[in-house]
Design a protein around this ligand. Structure first.
Ligand SMILES: Cc1cc2nc3c(=O)[nH]c(=O)nc-3n(C[C@H](O)[C@H](O)[C@H](O)COP(=O)(O)O)c2cc1C
Length: 266
């Protein structure tokens, strides 16, 4: 059979295939979080905290000001809407609604990993919508620790005030297509800090950050850490469901075993 060269010219590039995989994965994550029980099963931290009632508070409630300085920017409360989504057309509506809430409440908001949009600019709108709808609050860009080259573009894409680098080794270990090589990651983070002109924060995605890791991050110029500890969404759980869909029994078992792994959130 004659070799069909037209196939060569129209075959998708490796980058296009990767971008498509990333897009599909993002959508699966949202669908699983909506459909399945992905909560950590350990009892919540606050169950163990008993606040002492004070019958004589001597405080004027209306004078309490929750405003905080968030990396040099103003936030009306010590709360942020952490990175969640973008990178798939269906994610745009979620980001729009989260941005409306952030703008109304005057609290910072992060977007999900922007790698997909750096690879495929047609997805940029799904992230840009956050800056458009929330022009007056701190907006946080998001990228993985190894995506050094993509960092400046991620910040520029949404005119971000801060860049967050996500750490998710537990998720990668359970994800069927996960990348389990984190050698040189601290150097990559240092390179990202050098490459952008906004403060860089590092966030975990549900398994926490130890004091030792926080100190190492501070030493390479990271301005803040979002501990992102155990207690809410379990990414081991999310990837457990994806492993089940892919008939990957070993990864599925890992997901069950590490469902509640990590440091509790403070
Ligand atoms: C559907 C979904 C997608 C997420 N995508 C990202 C992401 O792209 N980048 C990131 O840094 N964190 C991402 N996260 C993690 C959250 O920012 C947060 O760190 C994590 O869910 C733990 O917080 P929680 O216990 O309040 O859910 C995502 C969370 C959810 C639920």
């Amino acid at each position: 059979m004659a070799h069909d060269r037209s196939e060569e010219t129209t075959a998708p590039s490796v980058n296009t295939v990767e971008a498509e995989q990333t897009r599909r994965r993002k959508l699966e994550h949202i669908e699983i979080c909506l459909r399945e029980d992905v909560q950590c099963r350990r009892s919540p931290m606050f169950e163990h905290v008993h606040l002492i009632h004070k019958a004589l508070p001597e405080v004027d409630r209306d004078s309490i000001d929750l405003t905080v300085n968030f990396l040099g920017l103003r936030a009306s409360a010590p709360l942020i809407i952490a990175a969640m989504t973008g990178g798939h057309p269906d994610a745009m509506e979620i980001n729009r609604k989260l941005a409306e809430a952030a703008e109304e409440l005057r609290i910072p908001i992060g977007v999900g990993s922007q790698r997909a949009a750096v690879e495929d600019p047609t997805l940029e709108d799904t992230f840009r919508v956050v800056r458009e709808v929330a022009p007056s609050v701190p907006v946080i860009a998001n990228i993985g620790a190894t995506h050094v080259d993509a960092a400046p573009a991620a910040v520029e894409m949404i005119e971000a005030d801060i860049l967050a680098i996500h750490l998710n080794p537990l998720q990668e270990a359970i994800q069927p297509e996960g990348d389990c090589n984190s050698v040189g990651m601290l150097d990559s983070i240092a390179a990202i800090v050098e490459s952008v002109d906004v403060p860089v924060m590092v966030k975990e995605t549900g398994a926490g950050i130890s004091a030792q890791v926080a100190v190492a991050l501070e030493e390479v110029g990271v301005a803040a850490v979002d501990v992102g500890g155990v207690g809410g969404t379990s990414w081991a759980a999310v990837e457990y469901y994806r492993a089940l869909q892919e008939n990957d029994e070993v990864k599925a078992q890992l997901g069950l075993d590490f469902w509640d792994w990590g440091f509790p959130r403070p």
